[in-house]
Structures are given as structure tokens and as C-alpha cells.
Ligand binder design. Structure first.
Ligand code: PMP
Length: 406
């Protein structure tokens, strides 16, 4: 059964908006997706019907939010096929998840001279926390290179991994190139040498069925707002034996077992890593986003997005002077490009005035921009609510821009 895009589009009220008197055409889902009414309603319902701080109160509303909040933990567990619910930690996003591991795992297990490997196509969120960790611990950060078309040179890991290597942190999908990385191979190579692996699934979870048991990754992070959920919520999955061995990251209420002025003992998982009032509204909204994705079916979403990707790539390549960055064999629905010598900001500004939301700049991946010797690109990212007609309109708008600026 194929999906009915026009029905799906009705779930996203913001698509009815106009900007500058023109229909709003959204091609920036890799930055943040739009949210369907199902998610908006779930969030509104919390504030209007059962507001209460979870885990704390003994009153009815607090118990309701506790149940709803913990129910989402079960949903996430199922969604990524984690072995246990204790291994799901709610964070405010992928960035916080990576920082949690960099501080907590880093504190416990990284010492002077140890090595951490990242790749040339990482988002700053998966670079800077490791750089800071390396500085704190006098550790060494190594970089797995890519080839021009945007694929990792995975075989290079054989040279990069040494007995000092403790962790590889790598994205599932590049937010710039769209490359779907062979993370299963990378994890197998790493584990063969006793190296742990963190997967940054911020751009993967919404496109690819993720099974942490099959992958056997040690950590995996993602953000809710890139998978049709609310902002300010994300998840860290970590293997229980690792999370148990790691010290707390943020501290305060809820993450404790017993506090006295002599010292504190800590709560069990997952609460050890969830200090303070949780962002329960957003977590419950994330649950609605997972239901939304499950109801359509991630395989159907991926198939439709792939159709759009192929269509858009073909159409864009017909534009004179078009240069696409990222031509990996396995790609998710992200296309970065430049046309002739037109600056990406100029292109973005013209497209904006015609109603198109695209992303321009370095996409928080400056080392990758250096790799290609460019300052930035224009990026379109396609999601379940986009259509081929919108792509046609974008291509016309790019051609118009080229005619003016080129
Ligand atoms: N990793 C990748 C690959 C990303 O694209 C992003 C967001 N653009 C992040 C990490 C960070 O996600 P967030 O800002 O939601 O924490």
C-alpha cells in the first residue's frame, strides 16, 4: 500500500502558511522537521488536561504525567529495539547525548594518550565535545577521511585503530552530504579491536529503521525535533553495563538515591542520568511523533523520500553549473549544492523571497567545508510532506536566480 501524500500534508498545518504572499515550501527538514497535528495535540493536551511534575507528586495529575512519560521510554525502547528500558535516557537532543557520553564515559574511561576516532563528515556536535575531552585528558583525536563523492574510507580504520583507541564516534547519515554510512561494518571493525562506538543518529533515525541490538552499537543519540517531534527532547541509548559503570553527568534532583552533607549516592538507571524536572511535555510529544512515524511506516517513508531524492537529484543536475556535494551510492534525502560561482547566501536569499525554506552555510560542519575547499553550500532536505511539484517549483526558482545572479 502506498502512502497518500495529500492526506499526510493535511497533518501539517504550517504548510498552509504563506511567506511574502507566496506558498511556504519547506526544504529544511534536516535542520528541523515540521510537526504534525498529532504531536501538537499531544503537547497541548499535557498543559490543558494533565499537567504535573512526573516522579515527584503523589497527586493524580503527577501520576498521570509519570505514566505518560515512562510510557514513551517503552516506545523508544521498541522503536530502536533496545534490550531494556533502563538503557533509554531522555536528553534535550543529540548534542546533549554526545556531551553526556564525552563527559561521563570520558571521565571514567579516557586517560592520557588514549585515542578517539571521528570522521571528516561530522557535525560540530560530534566534533567539539571530543576535542574538549581530548584537551581535558590529553587524549588524541583522529579523523577518518572521506573520498570526493562523500563516502568514508572505512578500510583506513585498520590503520587508525591502535591499542590506545577507546572510542569511535560517527554519524549514521551526514547532514551535509546525505551519505548513509556503513555503521554496521564500522562497529564490527571497532569491536574486533575492543573499541566502543557511539552512533550519532540525528540524521538517520527518521529515515532508517534502527535496531541497536542488531547494530550492537555501544551508544546511540538522536533528537526529537528532526523526526516530527517537539524541540528540546532527544534520547541517548547506551549499553547497560557501560551506563552503570559511568558517573553521573548533570546532577541535582531525581538522579539521587540519598543525599546528606557527607555525600550522595545515586539513583539507578535511567534516572541517574536524568537530573532535574524532565522535559516531560516534549518527551510525551516525542511519543506522539514515534506513533506518527510508526503509523505511516518507516519503510514507506524511506521509499517515498528516496523517490523524491532521485527525482530532485536528476532535476537539479540539469541546471547549468550545478555542483552536488555528496554522491554516495547510499544516500538519504539531503542534497547540498552550489551553482556556478553564486554564493550560497545569495541563492538562499533569493529562494527565500520566492517562498522556499532551504539551508545555507557550513551546516555546522566546517571541517567538511574545508575538505571541499568551500565556505558553504545550499542544502535541501526532503521529508514525508514534500512533493515532486515542489521540487519542480524549486528547480524553476533556482533557474530564475541563476538568470539574475549568474
Ligand atoms: N548530528 C547531526 C548529524 C546533526 O545534523 C545535528 C543537527 N543538525 C546534530 C548532531 C545536533 O542535533 P541537535 O542540535 O538537535 O542536538
Amino acid at each position: 500500500m502506498s502512502i497518500d501524500i495529500q492526506t499526510i500534508r493535511k497533518d501539517f498545518p504550517i504548510l498552509e502558511k504563506q511567506v511574502y504572499g507566496k506558498p511556504y515550501i519547506y526544504f529544511d527538514s534536516a535542520a528541523t522537521t515540521l510537526r504534525p497535528v498529532q504531536v501538537l495535540n499531544a503537547v497541548t493536551k499535557i498543559y490543558t488536561e494533565f499537567n504535573g511534575n512526573p516522579h515527584r507528586g503523589s497527586h493524580y495529575m503527577s501520576n498521570q504525567t509519570t505514566l505518560a512519560y515512562e510510557n514513551v521510554r517503552d516506545k523508544v525502547q521498541k522503536f530502536i529495539n533496545a534490550p531494556t528500558r533502563e538503557e533509554i535516557i531522555f536528553t534535550k537532543g543529540a548534542t546533549e547525548g554526545i556531551n553526556l557520553v564525552a563527559y561521563s564515559f570520558g571521565d571514567a574511561f579516557i586517560t592520557e594518550g588514549d585515542e578517539i576516532i571521528i570522521s571528516e563528515m561530522e557535525h560540530h556536535a560530534n566534533i567539539v565535545p571530543w576535542q574538549l575531552l581530548a584537551q581535558r585528558k590529553k587524549a588524541i583525536l583522529k579523523v577518518l577521511p572521506i573520498i570526493d563523492k562523500g563516502e568514508l574510507i572505512v578500510s583506513e580504520l585498520d590503520n587508525l585503530i591502535t591499542p590506545k583507541t577507546k572510542l569511535i564516534a560517527i554519524n549514521m547519515v551526514s547532514n551535509v552530504l546525505g551519505t548513509v554510512n556503513p555503521i554496521q561494518d564500522i562497529i564490527e571493525k571497532a569491536h574486533a579491536k575492543n573499541v566502543k562506538v557511539l552512533i550519532d543518529a540525528a540524521q538517520g533515525i527518521q529515515h532508517i529503521k534502527t535496531d541497536v541490538q542488531k547494530l550492537d552499537c555501544d551508544f546511540l543519540v538522536f533528537s526529537g525535533h528532526k523526526m516530527y517531534g517537539p524541540t528540546g527532547v532527544g534520547c541517548l541509548y547506551g549499553k547497560k553495563e557501560l551506563l552503570d559503570a559511568m558517573p553521573p553527568f548533570l546532577s541535582g534532583g531525581e538522579m539521587i538515591d540519598k543525599v546528606s552533607f557527607k555525600g550522595t549516592t545515586f539513583n539507578k538507571l535511567p534516572y541517574k542520568f536524568e537530573a532535574g524536572t524532565p522535559n516531560f511535555t516534549e518527551v510525551i510529544g516525542l511519543g506522539a511523533a514515534i506513533d506518527y512515524v510508526n503509523n505511516i511506516g518507516l519503510d514507506k517513508i524511506a521509499a517515498y523520500e528516496h523517490e523524491l531524492l532521485e527525482y530532485a537529484s536528476l532535476k537539479l543536475k540539469q541546471i547549468d553549473g550545478m555542483r552536488i556535494f555528496g554522491e554516495a551510492i547510499s544516500k538519504a534525502s539531503v542534497i547540498s549544492f552550489l551553482v556556478g560561482s553564486i554564493h550560497p547566501y545569495d541563492m538562499g536569499m533569493f529562494l527565500d523571497k520566492m517562498g522556499f525554506a532551504v539551508r545555507t552555510g557550513h551546516h555546522c560542519a566546517e571541517p567538511l567545508m574545508d575538505r571541499y575547499r568551500i565556505s558553504g553550500t545550499v542544502r535541501i532536505s526532503l521529508a514525508i510532506y514534500n512533493t515532486k511539484e515542489e521540487i519542480d517549483q524549486l528547480v524553476d526558482a533556482i533557474k530564475k536566480t541563476v538568470a539574475i545572479l549568474g
